[in-house]
Design a protein around this ligand. Structure first.
Ligand code: PMP
Length: 421
């Protein structure tokens, strides 16, 4: 049955849309931490960082359904619930980040961030990490090197290698990253390009789940500010409490972004995204430009977003991410004692990376075993993915309602898979 769907899909949608897994999975329903195939088999979702409250959370379903029946229009009338949402969202940020602009996708949020930064600084240059993914619009694809050869990085883009906590000390990583950002700035200037922004994932995700040490970003942020550029934190993946210790990933680093971009879990699956911005930046942008987005911040999106913020707080999901994340890392560390292919376990809260190696002394990346593990887990109905420069880092980002019992299931499936390899 899957083969027939794959053939139909390819025929009508073309080859560019990629699916996960050598044997793609067909899902028909989601509930909590599980996704269900047409035969009713439950797959444990340790991949999905969109439905942070769990699939089909009743409070979000209720909010969306209710608002759909009452009103949805474009966003050029006064709607109170979007104002409520912006107020409640910005209240979760430090006071200097007090204004919000809403979009539908994370890509659009990053696209808008670039537009704002260029308008405000008069520059065009962009500095990103070497395997960053920031989105799909033409502008954003130009600074998303993880898209690979299919996309040419813009002439105004410079990349900087993220820290490698497995192979560098925190101090080395901080100093090197700061120096590399400075070198990138100097290179842009040599080419007559004024830098507009440095944008980083506050946990480098596609770069291999790198949770930088505290203080790590400071020299880099100081360097971009000295040259008149802005610092943008991409919180599409780590935001909304996933890192456990803080609501926002940048707060782990003691740096103050000029803009923060958001997406994925913001509507628990309802498409919504946006930026949270310093008011002086918004003011400057507003002097020169206008912004309008038909669906960005529409009444249904605002209702979904309000429900998400409420449930996050009521169910104390940030605390759960902290507690269950620590338990999960401990479980994988135990496995590392049994299987020498597990080289490094890292992350924060429920945003975890596991680096797979063929030689723990030499720390040699092992992409082959990573692929076999991801596929072996799929056969055991556990969903995870992999990333990193050598495609050897397991990326584990389950819904934030993940329980210790779910962790036990995941660890047992990993043990069973590793034993079989
Ligand atoms: N930034 C990051 C860090 C992301 O992971 C993603 C999506 N994977 C995006 C931006 C783009 O978001 P969207 O797919 O909603 O456009």
């Amino acid at each position: 049955a899957e083969q027939a769907l794959i053939a139909r899909r390819e025929k009508v949608m073309g080859p560019a849309y990629r699916l996960f897994y050598e044997r793609p999975i067909h899902f028909v329903r989601g509930e909590g931490v599980f996704l269900f195939d047409p035969d009713g088999n439950a797959f444990l979702d340790a991949y999905n960082n969109v439905a942070s409250l769990g699939h089909g959370h009743p409070a979000v379903v209720e909010a969306i359904t209710r608002q759909t029946a009452i009103l949805n229009t474009h966003t050029r009338y006064l709607h109170e619930n979007v104002i409520d949402y912006a107020e409640q969202l910005t209240a979760t940020f430090p006071a200097y980040l007090s204004q919000a602009m809403l979009t539908c996708t994370g890509s659009e949020a990053n696209d808008l961030a670039v537009r704002v930064a260029r308008s405000v600084t008069g520059g065009t240059g962009i500095i990103v990490s070497s395997l960053a993914y920031h989105g799909v619009t033409a502008t954003v694809a130009e600074f998303s090197p993880s898209l690979g050869e299919s996309v040419n990085l813009g002439p105004h883009v410079r990349t900087v290698a993220p820290p490698d906590p497995y192979r560098e000390t925190p101090e080395e990583a901080r100093d090197r990253f700061g120096r590399d950002v400075q070198t990138a700035i100097d290179d842009l200037r040599r080419h007559g390009i004024k830098p507009a922004l440095l944008i980083v994932d506050t946990i480098f995700s596609s770069d291999g789940v790198v949770p930088e040490p505290k203080g790590f970003l400071q020299p880099a942020v100081e360097a971009i500010r000295r040259t008149g550029g802005l610092f943008v934190a991409d919180e599409v993946q780590p935001g909304f409490g996933r890192t456990g210790d803080t609501m926002w990933g940048f707060e782990r680093h003691g740096v103050e972004p000029d803009m923060v971009t958001l997406g994925k879990p913001m509507g628990n699956g309802y498409p919504m995204a946006g930026l949270v911005v310093k008011p002086e930046v918004t003011a400057e942008f507003g002097r020169r430009s206008r912004y309008f987005n038909t669906f960005g911040g529409n009444p249904i999106a605002a209702a979904a977003g309000l429900a998400v913020l409420k449930v996050l707080a009521e169910e104390r999901l940030q605390d759960n991410a902290q507690d269950v994340g620590a338990y999960l890392r401990a479980g994988i560390s135990t496995l590392a004692g049994e299987f020498s292919c597990i080289g490094d376990v890292r992350g924060a809260g429920l945003f975890i990376g596991v680096e797979m190696v063929s030689d723990t002394q030499a720390k040699t990346p092992d992409a082959a075993i990573t692929t076999r593990l991801v596929n072996g887990l799929r056969e055991r109905r556990v969903l995870i993915s992999a990333s990193g420069p050598h495609a050897n880092v397991l990326k584990i980002r389950p819904p934030m309602v993940f329980s210790r019992g779910n962790v036990d299931t995941l660890i047992e499936a990993m043990r069973d898979t590793l034993q079989s390899l």
